[in-house]
Design a protein around this ligand. Structure first.
Ligand code: AGP
Length: 566
């Protein structure tokens, strides 16, 4: 979702545009810049891609702010793009997050005073109301409810970036006359940075930085080293990030195996009788796989929850709460984590971003080791997240070993070495069915297809077919039947026949030896891991279907990589 950069230095517009390019992966619909020119604040905004800002990149500026916007309040448009200015033009700001009392504050000023539909413009007006400088920031923050990371320019201080932060990340880098304020560490290279806490605000110039806490007291911030993952992935030329990321999977799994061989997880499973797993989208599917592993391998009672559906979590004593989040910034998941912690729960996060906000809050943080994932559709992070849960379940059962994970890694490498380009047959409706773990894989394969091809498809437990959905099956239906469980193979076969006898086309994806001759066969590794091998095939299926339709698989419409609003 939205991304922020603020800079002090030379030719900052060039650097700000580079920063926004690094933030593009988060998903956005418009972009903009604000900068000082002859003591006046100028803005330049575009609907659409960051490249639209290139028109001003050669302008000389030594201080500026920049933003990529993912619409929440008001449609994607140039008028709603950030930065937003106060009425007298003294303040110009960029904002990540949501101002929850924007409507009430807007009424105070009167609707006619606003040029955009955004909640952000309200903050600019509020700052103007309270004057200039850091005192105005303090006063405005006392009125604001919600989440915000804000970087602001104030006409009275042409060498200063003002900052304010609550529930949205904001980091400051300051070295040898260069300043970067960012919402994402990805824009920082090496060295040290400051991490703002909720309620903190202040200002930074090339030489000075002053931060205040919620009570208005000056505080000294601690410098933290910029940590980058040591995950070096092959730089082969791929047309899209998504395809590259699918092909990264074997290398990431190797990193994951090496890491967990040498780093104990630090989880003492003897303390827990129940496990609750929480995530959204693909991370929720990862959580569902976790339930299968903890119950099947270790015999520990477990439940998975869609984060946005957890209203009042009931936590029995001896419960471990596991959160899964590739980005570590997903607002729905974070809210559950905060509530769980308030109830005294022990929290474990499985993430791909060890410096994320959730990583700072969790008691134990375990890395996915997937390396940077840029495409909105999560691929290698799913495989790695599920693999971490598989190892945790082995550990809980006292059977920790890496043999089958290593086999999975080499089977995925073998599969990818054949450069498969699965084709999606023409059809009106697509269905994904499976039983047990295959049901979870069906859900994830279906989500991949939906999010990047915009094809309406559904996934459900194969046994449910005859309880309703069979009514939809006709000769225009295409059904992917995942079949990896020998014990349930007979029942899967029955479901396949039910579809075929109604004219539906079935593509069976299986690791079982005795199945239909036209089935797509995969190597059997381990009942728990077979689904991950098939998933690589389903990820490629979705990728090629989107690419053949002429869509950009990396940037599906309406979606963002990191969903930081509730
Ligand atoms: C997956 O392809 C999606 N992009 C989405 O479902 C994602 O997994 C979800 O938004 C959760 O993100 P997180 O892992 O960063 O928390």
């Amino acid at each position: 979702m939205c991304g922020i950069s603020g800079r002090i230095g030379t030719n900052v517009l060039l650097f700000l545009i580079c920063d926004l390019q690094k933030l593009e992966y988060r998903g956005y619909d418009s972009a903009g810049l604000g900068y000082f020119e002859n003591d006046n604040i100028k803005t330049f905004k575009v609907k659409g891609r960051v490249s639209g800002l290139n028109k001003v990149k050669k302008k000389c500026a030594s201080i500026g702010i920049a933003h990529t916007r993912w619409a929440t309040h008001g449609k994607p448009s140039k008028a709603n793009a950030h930065p937003h200015s106060s009425e007298n033009g003294n303040w110009t700001i960029v904002h990540n997050g949501i101002i929850e009392n924007a409507k009430q504050l807007k009424q105070e000023f009167g609707d006619e005073h606003f040029k955009s539909q955004t909640d952000t413009e309200v903050v600019a007006h509020l700052l103007e109301k309270y004057g200039d400088g850091v005192e105005a920031i303090k006063a405005a923050m006392e009125r604001l409810k919600g989440s915000y990371a804000i970087v602001a320019l104030n006409k009275a201080y042409p060498d200063t970036l003002f900052v304010m932060k609550n529930k949205s990340p904001l980091y400051i880098y300051q070295s040898e006359g260069q300043v970067t304020v960012t919402s994402d560490i990805i824009t920082l290279d090496t060295g040290f940075y400051y991490d703002l806490e909720d309620g903190e605000y202040g200002f930074v110039t090339a030489e000075k930085m002053q931060i205040f806490n919620q009570k208005g007291k000056k505080i000294k911030k601690q410098l933290l080293p910029i940590k980058k993952d040591n995950i070096i992935l092959p730089q082969k030329p791929f047309k899209h990030h998504m395809l590259k990321e699918i092909y990264d999977t074997p290398t990431c799994l190797q990193y994951l195996i090496d890491y967990y061989k040498n780093h104990p997880t630090g989880v003492d499973f003897s303390k827990y009788e129940h496990i609750k797993l929480v995530g959204c989208g693909t991370a929720y599917h990862t959580a569902l796989m976790g339930v299968k592993f903890f119950e099947g391998i270790a015999g520990v009672e477990s439940h998975a929850y869609i984060a946005s559906e957890v209203y009042k979590p009931i936590l029995k004593p001896n419960t471990l709460c596991i959160f899964i989040s590739q980005s570590g910034e997903t607002a729905d998941t974070m809210e559950v984590m905060i509530n769980a912690k308030k109830q005294g729960a022990e929290t474990l996060l499985i993430t791909n971003r060890m410096t994320s906000t959730m990583a700072k809050k969790a008691d134990i943080v375990l890395p996915m080791m997937a390396g940077e994932e840029v495409a909105v559709a999560s691929t290698k992070a799913y495989t790695c997240g599920v693999s971490v849960l598989y190892l945790l379940a082995l550990q809980a059962a006292g059977k920790m070993n890496f043999t089958n994970l290593k086999r999975l890694q080499s089977e995925i490498a073998k599969l990818l070495s054949l450069s498969p380009q699965p084709r999606l047959a023409r059809c009106k409706n697509v269905f994904f069915i499976g039983r047990g773990m295959d049901d979870v894989s069906a859900m994830e394969g279906c989500l991949k297809l939906k999010e990047i091809t915009y094809i309406n498809s559904i996934a459900f437990a194969a046994g449910e077919l005859k309880h309703g959905t069979l009514a939809l099956i006709d000769k225009h239906s295409l059904v992917f039947a995942l079949n990896t469980c020998a014990e349930r193979a007979g029942k899967m076969q029955a479901a396949i026949e039910e579809v075929r006898s109604r004219g539906g086309k079935v593509v069976e994806l299986t690791t079982l030896p005795a199945t239909n001759k036209d089935a797509v066969k995969f190597e059997h590794i381990d009942d728990n891991l077979d689904g991950l091998l098939i998933m690589v095939y389903l990820q490629l299926l979705a990728y090629y279907a989107a690419a053949r339709k002429g869509y950009n698989p990396d940037k599906p419409r309406n979606l963002a990589k990191s969903v930081t609003v509730i």
